[in-house]
Design a protein around this ligand. Sequence first.
Ligand SMILES: Cc1cc2nc3c(=O)[nH]c(=O)nc-3n(C[C@H](O)[C@H](O)[C@H](O)COP(=O)(O)OP(=O)(O)OC[C@H]3O[C@@H](n4cnc5c(N)ncnc54)[C@H](O)[C@@H]3O)c2cc1C
Length: 288
Amino acid sequence: MTNDSTQPPRSFPARLLANKPRSDLSDAQSEIRELVIEVDEPSFNCSAGQSIGVLAPVPAGSDEPFYLRWYSIADIPDRDDQRRQSVTICVRRIVTKDPTTGEEVRGHCSNYLCDLESGAELTVCGPKGIAFPIPSDQTANLILIGAGTGIAPFRSFIKTLHRQHPNWSGVVRLFYGTQTGLDVLYANDPSDDLKQYFDQETFAAFKALSPAPNWADPIAWDLAFSERGNELLELMDDSKTYVYVAGRQETRDHLDSLFGKLLGSANLWSLKKQELVAAGRWAELIYK
Ligand SMILES: Cc1cc2nc3c(=O)[nH]c(=O)nc-3n(C[C@H](O)[C@H](O)[C@H](O)COP(=O)(O)OP(=O)(O)OC[C@H]3O[C@@H](n4cnc5c(N)ncnc54)[C@H](O)[C@@H]3O)c2cc1C
């Protein structure tokens, strides 16, 4: 699934209900905000694991009609109005530097969304994709790995899993990590709904929280995985285990190198991963 500026699926008018920070960092480069968007269209229906598209306006004189970017659905609040469906997304504000000029480059859509005020009108499209289907076998094991905003799809996934399958008996292992941790993203929120699953017998969540100001700190991930390496490898050998990964490209690359180390060689991991993919037991949602 990629970002695309042309030929969007059918679009819908929407309204921003809330826009609040989900990180305690003051520098914009690391800011993550949670947005609740209400879509004014009775036929708009979405489910856990899907993404919605946002059509951000372009500056005057631009050749493009809009900027279309996709965001994983982090939560689907209960529908209390048959006409309108709300969705929650988690947006990381992108601020980078032009490698040649050193000038600041602000991501078009992420900054548009992060700066949007409650009550503002916007245009969305989709939803699309079911990145992470819930297996039909309630004894299946799930290894969920979400770095940074990659935690977003797993939030709605876990909520749906426990709501629709309260007797799920397979083990569920969630690995997550950000610059400031899920504590900041979700767990410190009194209304948090992910935390309530932490006491489920089969559910365990592990932080790969970076001690350094780098959300994808390899050291934190190395530690989180090496401590549970044997359990992970045993689970992956079980034909009932599904591995779902979400986040940025470098997370996936780093995971490949980590699993290579755990298995003893990059080649062995490549074969194992091919086996998982072929059996439909490995799925990933990777973005830039
Ligand atoms: C299926 C899917 C789901 C996604 N889910 C989420 C999500 O839940 N939350 C979320 O925040 N994003 C998510 N993304 C990424 C999102 O769609 C945008 O790509 C992101 O917000 C940047 O768009 P932009 O318009 O702000 O930046 P652009 O204007 O496209 O880029 C501006 C500059 O920033 C650089 N850049 C772009 N993205 C990044 C990045 N991530 N890190 C560093 N530099 C970058 C570009 O190379 C460019 O130089 C998802 C993408 C896909 C395909």
